[in-house]
Design a protein around this ligand. Structure first.
Ligand SMILES: Nc1ncnc2c1ncn2[C@@H]1O[C@H](COP(=O)(O)OP(=O)(O)OP(=O)(O)O)[C@@H](O)[C@H]1O
Ligand SMILES: [Mg+2]
Length: 288
């Protein structure tokens, strides 16, 4: 079981030492890391009240890759922000490794990958990554990567030779790759990703999925990934939480029955199409 710091009692996850397979542990054996119980959230604006979340119950296992899938406005970002302690629930509880979210936040348990890369424009690629890792290191996080490991990750995502470039010299896809490297380099055990590939073209986006799985396989982090895309959710996830709107709620949960490592070839297989079909049916059934 995870202690109340959220750090595994077996010590920091060994960075960069795992073989490149995106198979941290078999689905269903992961111990609970994030437990969400009865979470509700209302927003009131100009006399109108929106029920962003109603009675959400969800458990996320240590090392699990979980996607939140649903239509616009169903509360995906709100739920992600509540898990990360960036927003508070009106009702219900969220625990992380047995402690509360603010404790997890203070202990640097979270890494965030937003929709836009949010790099510092005056820092080079390498310095953008180092800046965040140095902050984490100063606050005593043990899992931060060193310069050699960061360099290895930059090479992995195809950014060799761009270490000294500035963000404006990179394409959107390259910037988002820096953003991914930065998130993994700080060694946070929980990565919260809010539609990180939404702004990318379809081909770049497809490549980014496998890059993400490659990085994930090296760290064994727990990932909560928000997406509108059924195929993206199916290829990436161990489990997909299908959400519905008005009120925002969990409509269904599906374990993705595909082996790891996931490969682009799998996307042509009948079994993959079956996973996608099931998710689409869930979405349709609960569409308001
Ligand atoms: N700060 C806020 N103030 C008022 N209403 C909000 C606020 N944040 C979210 N909402 C409302 O709560 C509901 C859920 O919003 P949320 O951003 O979580 O949805 P989402 O599923 O992430 O949507 P999208 O896919 O478009 O990003 C929406 O109806 C939204 O308008
Ligand atoms: Mg959102």
């Amino acid at each position: 079981m995870i202690g109340n710091t959220g750090v595994s009692p077996n010590g920091p996850r060994a960075m960069m030492t795992h073989p490149t397979t995106d198979a941290p542990s078999p689905v269903g054996t992961n111990e609970p890391l994030v437990s969400i119980s009865g979470v509700s959230k209302l927003f009131s604006r100009r006399g109108r009240t929106v029920e962003a979340l109603r009675d959400v119950d969800l458990t996320i296992g240590d090392g699990e890759f979980v996607s939140l899938l649903g239509p616009s406005g169903c509360g995906k970002s709100t739920l992600l922000r509540i898990i990360g302690g960036l927003q508070t629930a009106d009702r219900g509880t969220v625990s992380v490794g047995g402690g509360d979210v603010q404790h997890a936040r203070a202990a640097k348990q979270y890494g965030l990958v937003p929709q836009a890369p949010a790099l510092l424009p005056w820092k080079t690629v390498a310095d953008n990554v180092r800046f965040l890792t140095s902050l984490h290191r100063r606050r005593g996080s043990e899992q931060v990567m060193n310069d050699a490991e960061i360099q290895e990750l930059l090479v992995t995502v195809g950014l060799a030779g761009f270490e000294r470039s500035y963000p404006h010299e990179l394409s959107g896809g390259m910037q988002q790759r820096v953003s991914l490297v930065r998130a993994f380099a700080v060694g946070a055990p929980i990565l919260l990703m809010d539609e990180p590939f939404a702004a990318l073209d379809e081909i770049t986006r497809a490549d980014m999925r496998y890059l993400l799985l490659d990085l994930w396989s090296r760290t064994h982090a727990t990932v909560v990934f928000v997406t509108h895309s059924v195929t993206e959710a199916a290829i990436l996830s161990d489990r997909v939480v299908v959400m519905a709107a008005r009120p925002g709620r969990v409509a269904a949960e599906r374990t993705i029955e595909l082996p790891r490592p996931r490969t682009p070839e799998m996307e042509d297989e009948p079994n993959f199409h079956e996973q996608v079909r099931r998710l689409r049916a869930d979405l349709r059934e609960h569409h308001a």
